[in-house]
Design a protein around this ligand. Structure first.
Ligand code: NAP
Length: 431
């Protein structure tokens, strides 16, 4: 289908992604029109500061101070929200747009993770598109991959590296043997990490994306609140070295599984065998693995952030809308999504890495060994390293496969012991 009738956009938010979208629409204008079957043009733009230099010529577009007026305009067909934040102006705009019966495109994972169910319902009611390819893993077309390419499969597990900042920090620590705090500071100076990095390094950003992937993969209601989250602040250079000696690399992995026990969603640093493709996903890259019952294992990898990759995903959504090709936001009618209970992580089985920082005195190893034995945890390997500056000794253990509840019981038995100089580090192993 081709038409001369352009698809007319209003873009709210002109930062990294908004600027990228404008540059991409200009650079690839003719190709996009051919692929979309009609031109995609920008009618109006809005952000906070009209006078800010954004490194892109905006003089051809109408500046709108009050983005609340965009939904009501007859010369705007689609609103593109690139502001960010789960609530506030982004959410208000989304609601106004869908209520006005206009398609809505966003890169905002926080908003989709928290309000995606309501927004999907509103889009369905208005029979318009709600698209958010850029919200998960930036330029990687993983939403499309799950919604469309893998739609015929029952997917049992979806997992991956969903935050480029964390991956950059962990892989730099790995290469340089540096401490977390030093690498974070360098990453901030280089612009790879925000001045307030907590959403990234504490795993919240990855959890937003994981909850969206889980809903799409399993046909379950979005349930961000059920994701258990641990970030990477407590990963030591020594953990990375010990993991390396044992044949693993440490990655912040978002993992979701759906089964008879319910929906399991967790973001935490994991030990990944060096033979696994996630162990070779380095720097700021993202990667997602989905396991379907007919297709087998799918592996998606690419750049998860930055103006170019993110704009690529936003404009792909716009091309779908221009072609009039869109379906339900969460891959099926929202009434079809199942409400799965949260699975009990204790019943999961697998191997675990445990690191203790302990007093340098006789009997401590025996104390740890007794706690594991009494909790029914069997030890596959144990490494003890000599005293650090604080006089502590590092004991790293890899367990045989067993129930996670037994590992938790081991830690309960050791809690309060005056042999322990710091909270233990627990990382499960991706097998
Ligand atoms: N950056 C990435 O690589 C990336 C990747 C994937 C997804 N995303 C998502 O894309 C969205 C945008 O991210 P970004 O990195 O482009 O953010 P950004 O560079 O901080 O830009 C945000 C834009 O929103 C505008 N804005 C902020 N608060 C506003 C308000 N109250 N009213 C009106 N405008 C407001 C800002 O206006 P001023 O410029 O006038 O201050 C700015 O233009 C977020 O949801 C983010 O999670 C980003």
């Amino acid at each position: 289908m081709t038409s001369d009738r352009p698809l007319r956009l209003a873009i709210a938010g002109l930062g990294t992604v908004g600027g990228g979208v404008i540059r991409l629409l200009e650079t690839n204008k003719a190709l996009i029109a051919r692929r979309a079957g009609r031109p995609i043009v920008v009618t109006a733009i809005s952000a906070r500061d009209r006078n800010k230099d954004r490194g892109v010529d905006l003089s051809a577009y109408e500046w709108v101070d009050d983005m609340g007026t965009l939904a009501g305009r007859d010369d705007v067909d689609v609103i593109v929200e690139l502001i960010g934040g789960a609530d506030g102006p982004a959410l208000t705009l989304a609601r106004q747009c869908l209520a006005a019966g206009k398609p809505f495109v966003t890169a905002n994972k926080a908003m989709i993770a928290h309000h995606g169910m309501d927004l999907a319902h509103a889009a369905e009611k208005a029979d318009v598109a709600l698209k958010y390819e850029a919200a998960v893993a930036g330029g990687i077309p993983v939403i499309k991959g799950l919604r469309e390419g893998a739609a015929a499969n029952e997917i049992g597990r979806v997992y991956g590296i969903l935050n480029g900042t964390c991956n950059y920090i962990l892989t730099t620590m790995e290469k340089e043997g540096s401490a977390f705090a030093d690498v974070l500071r360098d990453a901030q100076e280089l612009g790879y990490a925000e001045s307030d990095p907590s959403f990234d390094i504490d795993g919240v950003d990855a959890a937003h994306k994981l909850s969206i992937l889980a809903s799409l993969a399993f046909g379950t209601a979005l349930d961000f609140g059920a994701v258990s989250i641990t970030g990477i602040r407590d990963v030591l250079a020594a953990d990375i070295a010990e993991a390396g000696a044992l044949g693993f690399r440490i990655r912040l992995v978002g993992m979701a599984e759906n089964g008879p026990e319910g929906l399991f969603q967790r973001v935490h640093p994991m030990l990944v065998p060096t033979s696994h493709p996630l162990a070779h996903t380095d720097g700021a890259l993202n990667a997602v693995v989905a396991e379907g019952n007919f297709v087998g294992q799918l592996f998606f990898q690419g750049r998860g952030a930055g103006d170019g990759p993110t704009a690529s995903a936003v404009v792909a959504d716009l091309i779908d809308i221009a072609r009039d090709e869109y379906g339900h936001a969460l891959a099926m009618a929202s009434a079809m999504l199942e409400n799965q209970p949260k699975a009990d992580a204790g019943t999961r089985t697998g191997r675990t890495y445990l690191r203790f920082t302990v007093q340098d005195r006789p009997g401590v190893l025996a104390e740890i060994a007794a706690a594991t034995r009494d909790a029914g945890v069997s030890i596959e390997s144990m490494i003890q390293r000599g005293a650090g500056n604080d006089g502590g000794v590092l004991v790293a253990i890899v367990t045989h496969a067993g129930q996670e509840r037994c590992v938790a019981q081991t830690l309960e038995r050791l809690a309060g012991s005056d042999s322990m100089l710091a909270a233990p580090m627990v990382m499960h192993i991706l097998d």
